[in-house]
Design a protein around this ligand. Structure first.
Ligand code: SF4
Length: 326
């Protein structure tokens, strides 16, 4: 997560986005216009988690049918396990660094780099202590080498996040004689993590939780952490969070970022290069609402939409072992 603040400061991401947006009134599909964005009355009655509504892994939405109508849980796969660990590691590192900085009186003895790295290593040990048990039930089990590589690569994420945050904080302390570290931290890393939104008329389960909210210069960016390949529908996930936020807070959200984190044996740092920040335009908002209504329709009529004509997509689907695309 600290990487996103570094990127914004270095590349002026928010300013670029403000320029790209121009007039915010260009976006008319807003969460607070509830009559335009609520679930149509003939489909209403249920609520579902954001990811279930906005993800589009299966071209016919059969994965939604299996989960909601057949009540078959999505099996844990090796890619989804790695994604969960990376998510949790990022959040835990942010939380622990924030607590350290907000503790106060750290100017004389601050060693944030050492603290963050030690905490990060401890989190890796805790989060992956049951890796063998978790992976033993997977349809396609990772080899010992794959697991060892993953654990090694997690340390690279800890190192870069620790170095990023500690460099900024050390710079601040070194440059200012009279510095209030906690407020500098909030200014440099304007993340909000623990928000919970209520937007049930839009079809979302209670407690919509974006990965993070980043606010600078009066602009809000909804953040979603993704590992693996970036997919087109990830922007619909951002749109769904923006609509939920606008409904709950009555504040417009114009921007979203897919913070793409990948780990590679070929690099000694994480790979963030596919991270993308976008204007959450009407195109994504309308596409999300259309997909949401298709899925609500499946929940109402309870009919199997069947497999897609091109079953190539099925081999990477978590439901492959249940469904196989047939
Ligand atoms: S295996 Fe294929 S048809 Fe079945 S849910 Fe997955 S993508 Fe859809």
């Amino acid at each position: 997560m600290f990487y996103f603040a570094l990127k914004d400061i270095k590349e002026g991401t928010i300013e670029k986005m403000q320029g790209e947006l121009g007039d915010p009134n260009r976006i008319s599909t807003r969460g607070e216009k509830i009559d335009e964005v609520k679930v149509p009355s003939e489909l209403s009655g249920g609520v579902f988690p954001v990811n279930l509504l906005a993800n589009k892994y299966c071209p016919t939405n059969r994965d939604f049918f299996l989960k909601v109508v057949k009540r078959i849980s999505q099996p844990l796969t090796w890619p989804s396990y790695q994604g969960r660990i990376i998510h949790k590691l990022c959040f835990k590192m942010f939380q622990s660094v924030e607590a350290y900085v907000l503790r106060g009186n750290i100017i004389q003895k601050a060693n944030l780099l050492k603290y963050a790295q030690q905490k990060g290593q401890r989190f890796i040990r805790e989060l992956t202590s049951d890796i063998d048990r978790k992976t033993s039930g997977m349809p396609e089990k990772p080899s010992k080498t794959m697991k060892d590589n993953f654990l090694t690569n997690l340390s690279k994420l800890v190192r870069m996040e620790s170095e990023t945050v500690s460099t900024f904080i050390d710079y601040t302390i070194a440059t200012n004689f009279d510095v209030e570290v906690a407020s500098e931290f909030r200014r440099l890393f304007p993340f909000q993590r623990e928000i919970s939104l209520n937007a049930t008329p839009l079809g979302f389960s209670l407690g919509v939780k974006p990965d993070f909210i980043y606010s600078r210069g009066g602009s809000i960016v909804i953040g979603d952490i993704k590992t693996g390949e970036i997919r087109d529908f990830h922007k619909l996930v951002l749109a769904s969070y923006a609509l939920a936020y606008e409904y709950h807070e009555r504040v417009p959200v114009n921007f979203g970022t897919i913070l793409n984190i990948n780990l590679s044996n070929e690099r000694n740092v994480p790979i963030y290069k596919c991270t993308e920040t976008v204007v959450i335009s009407d195109k994504y908002r309308q596409a999300f609402l259309k997909l949401r209504d298709e899925k609500f329709n499946i929940a109402v009529i309870r009919k199997d939409p069947g497999p897609p004509p091109n079953k190539d997509v099925c081999t990477e689907c978590p439901y492959f072992s249940h469904c196989g695309g047939t």
